[in-house]
Design a protein around this ligand. Structure first.
Ligand code: SAM
Length: 202
């Protein structure tokens, strides 16, 4: 595991409960609804950086979708297993996805990519493309201004990293995704750049 992942893992292990006590769990329900409308009822979705399993994994499971969540933080995973007992949660770094190609019908990675160094984003998008089945749906978000560094987050050092939206869009297209929609959206008082993509059949 790289040094940045260790900082993020240690940070979330300490702040998981505090973070969720301040989290607005309904702020991106519209995007979750839309994602669900784009996948089939028997879909298998990978939630990357699943945190405590809420809202994403819980929302999907309640719609009848099969969910696998991965996260760096054991504390988050313990909460996720409690919050969403019917989903499967695995400790895994998104920099080193350990799934076969063509496994999932959808991938959601929201409020997470900004914890991974910019130089890794292209390879991560490549891996997302690989593990999605043809016609698989991607939903990601990132911050909206280019930055990289460590700052205090709930009392712990936390790593943050973002490209400008246009750069993120170019990388997502470069690995092969077709874009369903992309926009900077205000959700819960903060702005993020959201992309819905699809792995079109070759
Ligand atoms: C801000 S929280 C968001 C959690 C969840 N996606 C949500 O929207 O509630 C970010 C989560 O991403 C996880 N994370 C950060 N970097 C990761 C990585 N490289 N691989 C897997 N999980 C990661 C953190 O441990 C944390 O649980």
């Amino acid at each position: 595991m790289n040094e940045i992942s260790k900082i993020v893992e240690q940070g979330y292990n300490k702040i998981a409960e505090d973070y969720y006590s301040h989290r607005n769990l309904n702020k991106f329900n519209m995007e979750l609804e839309r994602f669900t409308s784009l996948i089939s009822e028997d879909a298998h979705v990978l939630d990357v950086g699943c945190g405590a399993g809420i809202p994403t994994a819980k929302f999907l499971v309640e719609k009848g979708v099969k969910v696998t969540g991965i996260d760096l933080s054991e504390t988050m995973l313990t909460l996720a297993r409690k919050n969403v007992p019917t989903a499967k949660f695995i400790k895994m770094d998104m920099n080193e996805l350990e799934f076969n190609g063509n496994t999932f019908n959808g991938i959601i990675s929201v409020y997470t990519l900004f914890h991974v160094p910019k130089e890794k984003h292209l390879e991560i998008f490549n891996q997302f493309f690989k593990v999605l089945k043809p016609e698989g749906i991607l939903l990601i978000n990132t911050g909206i201004s280019e930055s990289e560094g460590i700052s205090n987050f709930f009392g712990v050092p936390m790593f943050w990293s973002n490209f400008k939206p246009k750069t993120t869009l170019d990388l997502v297209k470069k690995v092969g995704f077709s874009i369903i929609s992309e926009a900077v959206l205000e959700r819960g008082g903060e702005y993020q750049y959201w992309i819905f993509g699809i792995k079109k059949k070759p």
